[in-house]
Design a protein around this ligand. Sequence first.
Ligand code: F6P
Length: 361
Amino acid sequence: MKRYGILTSGGDCQSLNAALRGTAKALFRLGTDVEIIGFRNGFRGLIHREYEIMRPENFSGLLTRGGTILGTSRTPFKQIRDPEEDGLDKVRAMKDTYRELGLECLIVLGGNGSQKTSNLLAQEGLRVIAVPKTIDNDLWGSDITFGFHSAVEVATNAIDCIHTTAASHGRVFIVELMGHKVGWLTLYAGLAGGADVILLPEIPYDIDSIVKAIRAREAQRKHFTIIAMAEGAISKEMAALSKKEQKELRKKMKKKYPSPAYGIGAAIEEKTGQEVRVTVPGHMQRGGHPTAYDRVIATRLGSEAAAMALRGEFGRMAAITGGKFVSVPLGDVAGKLKTVDPESEIIREARAVGISFGNEP
Ligand code: F6P
């Protein structure tokens, strides 16, 4: 019998269950005498030996269901070497669980932080296979991650809803979207929702440039403006600061405003005298059912991960590059962010249709 461990780690997303299902179905069908151990709540389950032996029927009916049947949690990579309160060495505990259960390999469905831990476990001698999950789409090595497409759909719907009310009242609206340190989700939802201004962490904004874009619309008798703003967007003044200073400023702003969009909103109100409203869809972006596209790629990536496990292709991540399903070394993925290139075609095309990125002179 061969035992495969599987877990979902980090923030959840809409097609995690579809990816679990794809992996498990392919393992059960293509392998012989397979047993799947599902760890509860991400790496926490591996650390504390909380797991279940999964049967094929456990993976039925999951394709359309959001969330993760295994549960998930964040086990910050930065603190992975710090012992737990009771002195437990987390890395050692994970290795012990893996060895005691006699796992053939461990399959990790996770995003950026989680795959750093996967890579560390691989360096520590465990056989690990990664599957790229995240609504942020920031995992290096895969053009697209499952979860992203569904989150874009939710975020776009939020902008669509704001559009009608913004137009009725002639207000400036800021829709603050997730994405952590990158702007993929905001860029795609902003384009799909017809935002007038898109603010991304990769393109530091100038508040005067945003004001100029709002005034230009006013001059065209368009009395409302929709700003799609990434939660990680930063001003050009902030971008000029050191990382430490940025961190301190963020802390200060957090005390003053519920979220970054409110700070920009206040500045716009002060400069234009126009009414500004802020909408933060928040975790709705990770909720609900996966889109058809996400169901397809999650199933395919899961199936590829199973094939990799059966071939003994360890220490790698199933990925999509240039439209092809491939695998990339975990060592190349870990610790690298896939960011939006400010000079890329998509940005150029968006600018060409009149979208402001808040940095035009
Ligand atoms: O990484 C996914 C993500 O949703 C980010 O976009 C966001 O910054 C973060 O997780 C929110 O984390 P939490 O669910 O822990 O509040």
